[in-house]
Design a protein around this ligand. Structure first.
Ligand code: APR
Length: 250
């Protein structure tokens, strides 16, 4: 099956990748559902909704500081690296991700669409201030304050991620749908496929006559429309696909 998928990707006119939390699991970042999922331990409505933030911004910031610290310890794993390599080889034209962990960017992926924002970006709850704060300021200011404040207007800052019940960033969502309509192959990696509108992306490729390849350790809501299902860990399967593609391209 790896050989078939490698040939499919090499011969594709416009192949893209769509990723979820599962691609970062082997970097040590907990997923949301399934075994050890975050939403098994915490209630999303208490931590990842605008109402929760209004009700208890300190608690929500505690949760995000915990996640930021966990993600700062994480490194891209072989799955992220393989996708970045396939982009450099011209095989993968874009990565559309639901993840906010910045690991695709760190791995070197350039054409990256982040549908749910980025945990290293903060934005003001009042004015249009937005800042990508991965460095010093994050560690010595943002993470030190109980309630980080906007340097522009003094209002409360929030993580620039999409919470339940919030709209996705329009530019990114439109671009993701445009790319999906154009794709003849999509490789879906490490997502339960349960959260919309992001989960529409593989369906748009399917409905446009494209081929869906899924990489997951277990069945997901996408599996029913997958033409190829590669059961396994992303960090093991993706490097095998990249290796086969390198062999084919010799
Ligand atoms: N390799 C491949 N797949 C894996 C691995 C792995 N090592 N580990 C877990 N998975 C799979 C799981 O089987 C599951 O299908 O990754 C998927 C993770 O699903 P979720 O935890 O639901 O994550 P995701 O699909 O990204 O969630 C979508 O929900 O909470 C919101 O905004 C959040 O972006 C997130 C969205």
């Amino acid at each position: 099956m790896i050989k078939e998928v490698a040939r499919l990707l090499v011969s594709a006119k416009f192949a893209i990748a769509f990723t979820g939390a599962g691609i970062s699991a082997e970097s040590g970042i907990p997923t949301f559902r399934g075994k050890n999922g975050l939403w098994n331990r915490y209630r999303p409505e208490e931590l990842a909704t605008p109402e929760a933030f209004k009700r208890n911004p300190k608690l929500v910031w505690e949760f995000y500081k915990w996640r930021i610290k966990k993600i700062l310890e994480a490194r891209p794993n072989p799955a992220h690296m393989a996708l970045a390599e396939l982009e450099k080889l011209g095989i993968i034209k874009a990565v559309i991700t639901q993840n906010v962990d910045d690991l695709h960017r760190e791995a070197g992926t350039e054409n990256l669409i982040e549908l749910h924002g980025n945990i290293f970006r903060v934005r003001c709850t009042k004015c249009d201030f937005k800042e990508y704060v991965k460095g010093k300021r994050l560690l010595e200011e943002i993470l030190e304050e109980d309630l980080p404040k906007c340097p522009n207007c003094g209002s409360l800052l929030r993580p620039d991620v999409v919470w339940f019940g919030e709209p996705l960033p329009e530019k990114e969502l439109n671009e993701a749908f445009r790319l999906a309509e154009k794709s003849d192959v999509i490789i879906v990696i490490g997502t339960s496929g349960l959260v919309y509108p992001a989960a529409y992306v593989p369906y748009i490729v399917k409905e446009s006559g494209g081929t869906v390849v899924e990489v997951n350790i277990e069945n997901s809501a996408i599996t029913p429309i997958a033409d190829f299902f590669l059961k396994g860990k992303a960090g093991e399967v993706l490097p095998k696909i990249a290796q086969e593609i390198r062999r084919l391209s010799k």
